[in-house]
Design a protein around this ligand. Structure first.
Ligand code: NOJ
Length: 554
């Protein structure tokens, strides 16, 4: 397997709005991040991924870009960005940008032009259609459940609808338009020439829309909103033509620089993944699949193992992968997959050990390294993000009890992970002097960076050790992955082998203690225990709640 820096990387994801405020306006900013670079370096991360920092009306916290080449003034200036890039590079940390190519803001100059007239040179940059029988061109619903639900918005000026899979303030770009594509490539090269180190590509498998924009044929399976529009995310995912587009992007931009690319790909299982990420395809390096962290159903340990195995195969066949259990769109990993009560610390450490020892590039989302947990906001007024608000409103309109509606949305709300970073137990958790744009999670008094730094037994130290181990032992990155002891439903166990080294990882993915029998070739009692989240056991066959161990067999 070819060695590359991005396979070895540990990426620290920063949600700029919530990381560190430096100018006292309650909103995180670039100078704030700059101040915290030493902390990120102390963690050992080698890459930073910044969620969108571009000029944007902030309808979707920056995923609605109004100018790709300007910085959101609330975050700072281009000069601040250059300082940040420089500061990161001086510490040996690379920086990747979140790039949104599926849609822009409706305030983007291209869209402002596009909507002016049918013969405007920018008309084709977006997807316009006439009405069908006096109604929307098809039955698609927008993913945010907004404005009665359609994915189409009527525009009076030119008497046509435009497509918006997300908010109506985020019109979809038309990737069938060659001049639009050229503008995008130019802009991407501009960022690369500035010295950035790669892109996280938002909704990248949705760029190509299906030929003819047909109705969704799945009227029952996906949630139907009260107005009959169908939120069917399959419709625009992995459509014929998508690979040609990505190859062109690669040819025109990615291949010309030493950068990494990671695509966000909802509705993509391992079965269709290889063409996106195989080295020979020349498209992108790796994808974030949604099978675990963004699965609407809580995956069981047995399902988890199956998913990991399938994605490890993608790597074995010449692709590459990602390991993450949380990001800015999914719940806090301890609340979802571990225990955010009494067992917060052991379960947080176990999840970290799992992520860092399986094949793929590792992603750590801000606050994960100190074991932050979901927030329990008392009412809908505390929430900010569009998905929770849209879904709540649509449920209440359908007659749901407001409290029951809120309770059902709490676990998956994206605001769980967007509350300010918890730096200390002081005012606003050390995030800002002013009232933060989103309420701080009240758990900050106990869960914060300062407290974690002072406790060598904290989750933070586990992350530091894991990242440093990964840097010193290529087996963690390149080692062949073989699941073992598969009959135990709630035990996750595998070996990794690389050159002379062979490691064995063992996890009790449940709250209960568990007794196991090791296969005859495995002798943990005589193997070296590299790391564990409990003291070394007297009897290795007894696993504590959420216990994790990393052994070196040779
Ligand atoms: C995926 C992003 O991660 C999410 O935050 C955003 O709302 C949508 N794409 C739309 O850009």
């Amino acid at each position: 397997m070819k060695k590359t820096w991005w396979k070895e990387a540990v990426v620290y994801q920063i949600y700029p709005k919530s990381f560190q405020d430096s100018n006292g306006d309650g909103i995180g900013d670039l100078q704030g991040i700059l101040r915290r670079l030493d902390y990120i370096q102390s963690l050992g991360a080698t890459v930073i991924w910044l969620n969108p920092i571009y000029a944007s009306p902030q309808v979707d916290n920056g995923y609605d870009i109004s100018d790709y080449q300007a910085i959101n003034p609330a975050f700072g200036t281009l000069d601040d960005f250059k300082q940040l890039l420089d500061g990161a590079h001086r510490r040996g940390i690379r920086v990747i940008m979140d790039m949104v190519l599926n849609h822009t803001s409706d305030k983007h100059r291209w869209f402002q032009e596009s909507r002016k007239s049918k013969d405007n040179p920018y008309r084709d940059f977006y997807i316009w259609r006439p009405a069908r029988d006096g109604k929307e061109p098809n039955n698609w619903g927008n993913y945010f459940y907004e404005d009665r639900g359609s994915a189409w918005e009527w525009d009076e000026a030119t008497q046509e609808y435009y497509l918006h899979n997300y908010s109506k303030k985020m019109p979809d770009l038309n990737w069938d338009c060659p001049s639009m594509r050229q503008e995008i490539y130019k802009m991407l090269r501009w960022w690369c020439d500035l010295g950035i180190d790669g892109f996280r590509l938002d909704a990248i498998n949705r760029l190509q829309k299906p030929q003819g924009l047909p109705d969704s044929p799945r009227p029952c399976a996906p949630p139907v909103n009260p107005y009959g529009y169908i939120v069917d995310r399959e419709m625009c995912a992995n459509q014929p033509g998508i690979h040609e587009l990505l190859k062109e992007l690669n040819r025109e931009v990615f291949s010309r620089y030493d950068i990494m690319t990671v695509g966000e790909t909802g509705n993509l299982t391992s079965i269709k993944a290889l063409p996106y990420v195989s080295e020979s395809s020349r498209e992108i390096n790796m994808v974030f699949h949604f099978e675990i962290a963004k699965n609407p159903h809580l995956v069981t340990p047995a399902e988890y193992k199956d998913i990991q195995k399938r994605w490890a195969d993608v790597i074995r066949q010449g692709g590459w992968g990602t390991q993450y259990l949380t990001n800015h769109d999914s719940p806090r990993q301890i609340s979802r997959f571990g225990d955010d009560g009494e067992l917060r610390v052991p379960s947080g450490k176990m999840l970290a050990m799992l992520t860092h020892t399986q094949p793929g590039t590792v992603y750590v989302y801000q606050g994960e390294e100190i074991g932050m947990i979901n927030v329990d906001f008392p009412s809908i007024d505390y929430y900010d993000e569009r998905y929770t608000l849209g879904k709540y409103q649509s449920m209440v309109e359908q007659g749901a009890d407001p409290k029951a509606a809120l309770d059902s949305l709490k676990m998956m709300s994206r605001d769980n992970v967007r509350t300010p970073m918890q730096w200390n137990d002081g005012k606003n958790a050390g995030f800002s002097e002013a009232d933060p744009w989103l309420h701080v999670n009240p758990t900050y008094r106990a869960i914060n960076v300062r407290a974690a730094e002072q406790d060598p037994d904290s989750i933070l130290y586990t992350y530091r050790r894991l990242i440093s181990l990964r840097k010193r032992h290529p087996v963690m990155v390149y080692g062949d992955y073989v699941p073992v002891m598969e009959a135990y439903e709630n035990v996750v166990a595998y070996t990794r082998e690389y050159g002379d080294e062979k490691w064995f990882m063992l996890f009790n993915f449940q709250k209960e203690t568990q007794q196991v029998v090791f296969p005859p070739w495995l002798h943990p009692e005589s193997a070296g225990l590299i790391m564990g989240n409990y003291p070394a056991p007297n009897d290795p066959s007894v696993l504590q709640p959420y216990e994790g161990r990393i052994y070196r067999l040779r």
